[in-house]
Design a protein around this ligand. Structure first.
Ligand code: LLP
Length: 463
């Protein structure tokens, strides 16, 4: 997605190369509030401060790279989602975006529920005191052990993803003498506008049971017959990083049609529908995400209208935002290392992390912004590619962006909007140690996930 033609003020090149860049911002020192966490600003000396703590002291105390999360912003976004949907709907934060025990406590305190999709996420949630009945358990291939653990813990719902799982969960619940509340995840044939690898509700994919060909209706038929299951609703998740509500509109229409079919065939009105997550955030100034209250209104209106037409009681709605809550609340702080200008091309700026702390650029061609944060600069903009320290040329963090031309090794730069799917998808590629997550609030910085150490690496290597 190339945004515009050649910008003004080129450096190291008379003609700028093709790329994903728009013209440099008029003021490279400005921090667009769209992409930066709420409490981010610059101190009098030009250094960036977040949660009342400046990045230079964060780097000194906690090292780089580090994910820095603005706790007040996280809580405010969680609250905004909660209050946008009110008491008539449930907000399940999607833990896959980023989960830690501190985050679980924040969510609990702000009145959100939690969606987990593995035994590890479930263990994290339970160990931090999230009440089990506020947890939804997802996944296309939950193991029998995971299912048993979830049922024993008393999770509020298990989202069934296949015909085999309907039987498996019913069987395990029954053997434990329980009746498990479940939803059935269906694919409604909508492909939201997003990257191919993260779109989900089209039919040729591993998640859910297709509505097409009556398969979802058959799944409902089977689930209703099994004593171990209490079918409470239908689930649909249509994709990721979505800005356009029309995909949800079609999905809601199709889910409600299924509810109507179920009512007509079985005389049962299922009490809940879950419309999943997938709401987009701003990674660059070009993105314009919607506010939670607009999204809540749009989704509630769609479902209410569709139910009126179908003469159904409006079910309780739930949603599962992950990225939209945590994404904008964090940035990754890096120290600049080698700077390599390539004449006629661009300048490669190497940082002390890379694809191991942010795989999204390599995997999805994701776009990010970047800023010099340890000081301001009046130097001309230079076209840069921010790259990591991994042995791979695809190790790119920010493909095309502008930084001041006087950038030097030792400067701190930060990539905003890395709260979602960066730490949670981090790896140890090249035995690079995963960065810590440092939460800042009211002038205090607290490590909520510590930096990995060489001892951590070697502890697993038992040979
Ligand atoms: N609910 C379900 C059932 C999901 O599968 C997902 C995401 C969510 C909720 C939360 O979606 P969100 O609101 O965070 O977009 N690794 C990719 C994203 C994969 C999302 C998978 N499922 C990325 O980095 O963009």
């Amino acid at each position: 997605m190339s945004r515009s033609a050649h910008p003004a003020g080129p450096r190291h090149a008379d003609v700028l190369p093709e790329g994903h860049y728009s013209a440099p911002a008029a003021d490279l020192n400005a921090l667009d509030p769209k992409v930066w966490a709420e409490t981010v600003g610059r101190d009098a000396d030009g250094a960036v401060r977040v949660g009342g703590v400046d990045v230079k002291s964060l780097a000194e105390q906690h090292g780089t790279p580090a994910y820095v999360i603005d706790e007040a912003d996280f809580r405010a976004r969680a609250r905004a989602w909660r209050s946008a949907f009110g008491t008539e709907a449930d907000v399940f934060y999607a833990g896959k975006a980023f989960l830690s025990r501190a985050v679980v406590r924040w969510l609990h305190e702000e009145g959100l529920n939690l969606d987990v999709c593995s035994g590890g996420e479930l263990a994290t949630a339970l160990s931090a005191g999230m009440p089990a009945d506020r947890i939804a358990f997802h996944g296309n291939n939950k193991s029998p052990r995971e299912i048993q653990r979830a049922i024993e813990a008393g999770v509020g719902r298990i989202v069934l993803d296949s015909f085999q799982e309907i039987v498996r969960v019913a069987h395990i619940a029954q053997s434990l003498g329980k009746r498990q509340r479940v939803q059935i995840r269906i694919t409604v044939g909508v492909e939201a506008h997003t990257h191919e690898f993260i779109a989900t509700a089209h039919e040729d994919q591993k998640f859910g049971i297709p509505l097409a060909g009556g398969q979802a209706a058959e799944a409902v038929r089977r689930a209703l017959q099994l004593d171990g299951l209490e079918l409470i609703g239908i689930h649909s998740h249509i994709g990721s990083q979505i800005f356009d509500m029309s995909g949800f509109e079609v999905a809601a229409h199709r889910v409600v049609s299924l509810l109507k079919e179920i009512r007509d065939e079985h005389g049962v009105e299922l009490p809940e529908i879950d419309l999943g997550g997938g709401l987009g955030i701003a990674y660059t100034s070009a993105d314009d995400p919607r506010e939670p209250h607009e999204i809540a209104k749009a989704l509630t209106d769609i479902v209410t209208r569709e139910c009126e037409v179908a003469r159904l009681r409006t079910p309780r709605i739930s949603v599962e935002p992950g990225r939209a809550i945590v994404g904008p609340t964090a940035f990754t702080l890096y120290e600049v290392g080698t700077i390599k200008p390539l004449d006629g091309l661009r300048t490669y700026v190497s940082v002390d992390g890379g694809m191991s702390d942010n795989i999204r650029t390599a995997l999805y061609d994701a776009e990010y912004s970047v800023a010099l944060v340890s000081r301001t600069s009046d130097a001309e903009p230079m076209l840069v590619r921010v790259v990591g320290k991994h042995c791979e040329s695809g190790d790119i963090v920010v493909k095309d962006a502008f930084l001041p031309a006087d950038l030097a090794p030792g400067d701190l730069i930060a990539v905003p909007a890395t709260g979602a799917y960066c730490r949670s998808m981090a790896s140890n590629y090249n035995h690079v140690l995963r960065p810590p997550v440092v939460a800042v609030r009211d002038g205090e910085a607290k490590v909520i996930v510590r930096r990995e150490t060489e001892e951590d690496l070697l502890r697993l290597d038992v040979g």
